[in-house]
Write a protein that binds this ligand. Structure first.
Ligand SMILES: Nc1ncnc2c1ncn2[C@@H]1O[C@H](COP(=O)(O)OP(=O)(O)OP(=O)(O)O)[C@@H](O)[C@H]1O
Length: 264
């Protein structure tokens, strides 16, 4: 369950927005793709999911992602887009059940085992009480959790998650990241996620890839990539990189110093 990218270029309508990305993501590891708005994070993730044609190679367990049939791909790889179009009339359960489709036979309906998987995931995402609510009636964060539920019930060896914590409060964000982390430790799930929250990126990913204007600006362990200098250089941000009591990194924005003579 290794994901390998070699010299990947991708873009839209003849415009290249991601250039020369090579990276190997071993089984059970978590790669966070970070970088400023428009850097190409979602584009890179879509290319990994085989949803955007590009040049170079994306190999899933040694096989080009573009050579996998739709069903094969859905069994191996779960992809949660940043802003999916949702069928608002479906209930949370019916929507999550769709994630089981790749595991069913041609005419088969989902069985008790599938429903129990769905129930388990909904409970873990704090969605049990919303199970029979229509998607269109959910709040933004509840909808985001429903999207993640559908991907998690797919039970794939690879999870490609575009901004999984968008719209989630700090508690729900932490709970979902803990759940994903547990999957990678217990089942060897390989995770790639884009993340704007750099503290979460530092605390959950074992590898960080910083994209800037479509190119890899740096890649490595969180403490190597997420430095105050890099945040200044690539995001134009003033931030302190702190170490919490248990050694975890915390990326804290700090207000830039006011011009001399001006009081705050
Ligand atoms: N469907 C599209 N058609 C044309 N250009 C696109 C399309 N989607 C994205 N782009 C452009 O590609 C570039 C990279 O976009 P992408 O969404 O990959 O950035 P990102 O790093 O994920 O940004 P953000 O942090 O804002 O989500 C941007 O310049 C964007 O305008």
């Amino acid at each position: 369950m290794t994901l390998t990218l070699h010299d990947v270029h991708a873009g839209y309508d003849g415009r290249t927005v991601v250039r020369a990305v090579s990276v190997e993501i071993p089984r059970g590891s978590w790669l966070a793709i970070v970088g400023p708005n428009g850097a190409g994070k979602s584009t890179l993730l879509k290319t990994m999911a085989g949803l955007l044609p590009g040049s170079g190679t994306v190999l899933i367990d040694g096989k080009p992602v573009t050579a996998l049939s739709r069903k094969e791909k859905a069994r191996k790889l779960g992809y949660a887009p940043q802003d999916p179009v949702l069928p608002g009339g479906l209930t949370v359960t019916d929507y999550a059940v769709l994630g089981r489709t790749p595991h069913l036979g041609p005419l088969a309906r989902e069985g008790a085992a599938d429903l129990s998987i769905v129930e388990g995931v909904l409970a873990r995402l704090d969605l049990a009480e919303l199970a029979s609510r229509k998607l269109r009636t959910l709040s933004g964060g509840e909808r985001q959790r429903a999207v993640l539920a559908r991907v998690l019930v797919q039970q794939t060896g690879f999870l490609l998650l575009d901004e999984p914590t968008t719209g989630l409060d700090i508690g729900h964000a932490q709970a979902i990241l803990e759940l994903i982390d547990r999957l990678r430790h217990e089942d060897g799930t390989t995770v790639v996620s884009t993340l704007h929250d750099l503290t979460f990126a530092a605390q959950y990913a074992d590898h960080v890839l910083l994209l800037s204007a479509g190119e890899v600006a740096s890649a490595g362990a969180p403490e190597e990539v997420l430095t105050a200098q890099a945040l200044e250089r690539y995001y134009g941000a003033a931030a302190d990189v702190l170490t919490a009591e248990r050694g975890e990194l915390v990326i804290a924005p700090v207000r830039p110093a006011p011009p001399a003579g001006r009081l705050r």
